[in-house]
Design a protein around this ligand. Structure first.
Ligand code: GLA
Length: 404
């Protein structure tokens, strides 16, 4: 090969890999994003008044102080494209326009997110971004969008890596730092290619308001909390600061029992999952608010090491999960999957846990001991020198922090 040909070949190859190296805004989502999204509770029933009310409620309830930041309108905010192909908002439901709504949300010290889709139409049949990626990214930047959830309906034969990379580059070109949330349902294993494309990627199909889920796989139905949890198996190496596995948004407060909501929330925190509340923030029970705003459990999720937790053991329907935390601390949670209460009787001194992924080790077999704090009771309950005896109610958790 002539030297000039070789030079051009190298240049072209270099340019071809360059976009995959340098797309997303790297400083964003260093801990899993936290916020609220309209879909799980309201589906297509969105309008500017209720979105403003959710922003008001996020502040008034103390959820903002607990770390929730993004107010995201999911599907159905869209109007038509104008004569030049720019997207507009539905004029009946968003008469003041999206920019005014974003301004309102920003004035509350919150951030604003929006939804689109890589195909021709969104999952609810609204105009999506295929062929308009750069125009849409520009529009979002102009409106003051901080977060984009990007779905995968009506994609025909599109290549997922190509489609999501195009939108990622479009956002980059538009210049406004926007968290890019890939909602491709895990169909093309985004964890294996999206680290440089976006900040989080859905790992499964849609969550439903159901703890166990329907085992019938022949017809489509939303997944239960436990089904989604099981589908996270093997994904923890792919998560870390700036790039998170997303097991879907929260169903806390949407109708499961308080025990199930607590277990769902806790396990999402053990997974270092994005915490997008999906309930009506204006009408929450005390229990729902207590779950969503437990700062000690949220701190497990938001730990700056960003190491996803792992299942250590399963015995008699009780799973033991560990998550290494900064400063040599650990979260330990016991998840009772069964419909009857289970007692736990364990001697910490039999535990020597080595996390091969992070290299962290928790060894209580020798002299070393840890203090133990119950994160739902918000109470220190002793230390690891004495055995743990407890009962975990059905579909619930016992969640502890071990610290020095
Ligand atoms: C898909 C997504 C959901 C939601 C809907 C909106 O099903 O997975 O989270 O965004 O589309 O139509």
């Amino acid at each position: 090969m002539k030297l000039t040909n070789k030079f051009f070949l190298t240049l072209i190859c270099g340019l071809a890999v360059l976009p995959l190296q340098a797309q997303k805004f790297r400083e964003l989502a260093q801990t899993p994003p936290m916020g609220w999204n309209s879909w799980n509770k309201f589906n297509c029933n969105v309008n500017e008044g209720m979105i403003r009310e959710m922003a008001d409620a996020m502040v008034a309830t103390g959820l903002k102080d607990a770390g929730y930041e993004y107010i995201v309108i999911d599907d159905c905010w869209h109007g038509e494209r104008d004569s030049l192909g720019f997207i507009t908002a539905n004029p009946v439901h968003f008469p003041s326009g999206i920019k005014a709504l974003a301004d309102y949300i920003h004035a509350k010290g919150l951030k604003f997110g929006i939804y689109s889709c890589a195909g021709n139409k969104t999952c609810a049949g609204k105009p999506a971004s295929r062929g308009h990626e750069y125009q849409d990214a520009l529009t979002y930047a102009k409106w003051g969008v901080d977060y984009l959830k990007y779905d995968w309906c009506d994609h025909e034969d599109l290549n997922a890596i190509g489609s999501y990379t195009t939108m990622s580059q479009a956002l980059q070109a538009a210049g406004r730092p926007i968290v890019f949330s890939l909602c491709e349902w895990g169909s093309n294993k985004p964890w294996s290619w999206a680290k440089n494309v976006g900040h989080l990627w859905r790992t499964t199909g849609d969550i439903g308001n159901n703890f166990v889920g329907d085992p019938d796989t022949k017809k489509w139905h939303p997944l239960g909390v436990l089904q989604i949890l099981d589908l996270q198996d093997g994904l923890r190496p792919y998560a870390g600061p700036g790039h998170w596995n997303d097991p879907d948004m929260l169903e806390v407060g949407n109708g499961m029992s308080v025990n199930e909501d607590r277990a769902h929330f806790t396990m999402w925190c053990m997974l270092a999952a994005p915490l997008m509340a999906g309930n009506d923030l204006k009408n929450m029970t005390i229990e729902t608010l207590a779950i969503l705003s437990n700062k000690e459990v949220i701190a497990i999720d938001q730990d700056t090491l960003g190491i996803q937790g792992f299942k250590y053991a399963t015995k008699d329907s009780v799973e033991t999960w560990f998550k290494p935390l900064k400063n040599g601390e650990w979260a330990v949670c016991f998840l009772n999957r069964s419909t009857s209460p289970k007692s736990i009787n364990l001697d910490w001194k039999t535990f020597s846990v080595k996390d091969a992924l992070s290299g962290f080790e928790l060894n209580m077999t020798g002299k070393e001991s840890y203090k133990v704090r119950n994160l739902w009771l918000k109470k220190n309950i002793g230390d690891t020198r004495k055995p743990l005896k407890a009962t975990v109610p059905a579909h619930d958790v016992l969640c502890l922090k071990l610290f020095k």
